[in-house]
Design a binder for this molecule. Sequence first.
Ligand code: ADQ
Length: 458
Amino acid sequence: MSRLVVVSNRVTLPQKSGDAPAGGLAVALQAALEERGGIWMGWSGKSSGAGEPAPLSLQEHGNITYALTDLTKTDVEEYYHGFANRVLWPICHYRLDLAEYGRKEMAGYFRVNRFFAHRLAPLLEEDDIIWVHDYHLIPLAAELRQMGLKNRIGFFLHIPWPPADVLFTMPVHEEIMRGLSHYDLVGFQTDHDLDNFGGGLVREGIGERLSEGKFTSYGRTFKGGFYSIGIETAAFAEFARNAANNAIVRKARQSVEGRDLIIGVDRLDYSKGITQRIDAFEHFIKSNPGHHNRVTYLQITPKSRSEVPEYEQMQRMVAEQAGRVNGAIGTVDWVPIRYINRSIGRPVLAGLYRLARIGLVTPLRDGMNLVAKEYVAAQDPENPGVLVLSRFAGAARELRGALLVNPYDIEGTANAIARGINMPLEERKERWGRMMEHLLEHDVTRWCDDFLKDLTAA
Ligand code: ADQ
């Protein structure tokens, strides 16, 4: 079996005993690397300031070598905060209005990808299989090919791929499309993303869709497919079953005693639709007076990318909005919305999901959304809650037992909350059973295996 080389912007180092368990993606990639032997390369998250980054830091753990590189301050600014997070992220989430183009940032993005390629190449062997992750590293294969590498290289995009009219507003869309054609397999989250990609190629006259999932563009033929990422379903369900006695979960249960819990869990990001969700909750309460003092909405949102001004501003906006709703509809003994800005370990998170009658997952656009899958996996089979899910999350293509909503439609989302709260046990069980069966079969290990099988055959 060939060695596997994983490259991603950030690397999850192996857990030390006593650490909180890693997420499903990291566990699945580590298992695949352990089985085949290999390397996981990425940015250390550290800046070397104005000076040249030190040589790669190599750490061996079992069969895996973790290879971490620092980046200069300018690289971090231009490649990461600049082009990746202020151009590709908004464009791929259909937010043309938020993309900020700058020549410096675009150049920095391609320069850092070249730098990654030059640092990675000396570690590679001829028959290594290389798996590149996410939007930070689209041009990496082109850079490696430029250096003469013939290895099989696959790419997986964790976020959505937009339709042509959105993508082509980006000045360097051509270089990005050309970059993707240097892979042997390009994987997306859903059939919609794959269609957007194929449609863009054909419409712009830069490529063709061939049979058997193949594409041709810029003189290269490669495979495209969709591989919907899953979670570690069985392990997560086990966390949830065992969480009942956890002190934090117990306190949470006591604090909502007698009320239905609605839970939202998201990184703070404009794509997650948090403000629209609070509006929908407020509308639900106002139009269902019988539920006054009968529900609590818990929104758990660790801050992310707080160095980007829009995220800082969003944090203030959400906190103010929650405060305003609490002021307007709360009573001396009822705080309708609890808004918490911290990260929570997976076992406790699983326990909180299980307490909640409704999982409210309403992103405006999301590649997949693992929170939706975690919520389902954590439910008590005898008394499962209801998932209210945005139709614009990749997960909506699979989780057919959810109540699907349009998150821009505040009234519609409020009605779905009401329907979920009032849903009879039999219907809840039937909907949950269908979703859980799917998630057990399509877990993160299966996702990893499917992608690697197709990459090996590509
Ligand atoms: P994200 O945008 O980060 O991922 P998501 O898929 O929901 O979105 O994953 C978030 C993860 O962070 C979940 O595992 C969740 O449990 C965890 N998390 C969120 N809030 C937390 C908190 N307060 N404490 C602890 N953990 C928390 C990107 C794409 C998604 C895609 C994934 C995987 O944007 O569309 O599903 O990658 O491919």
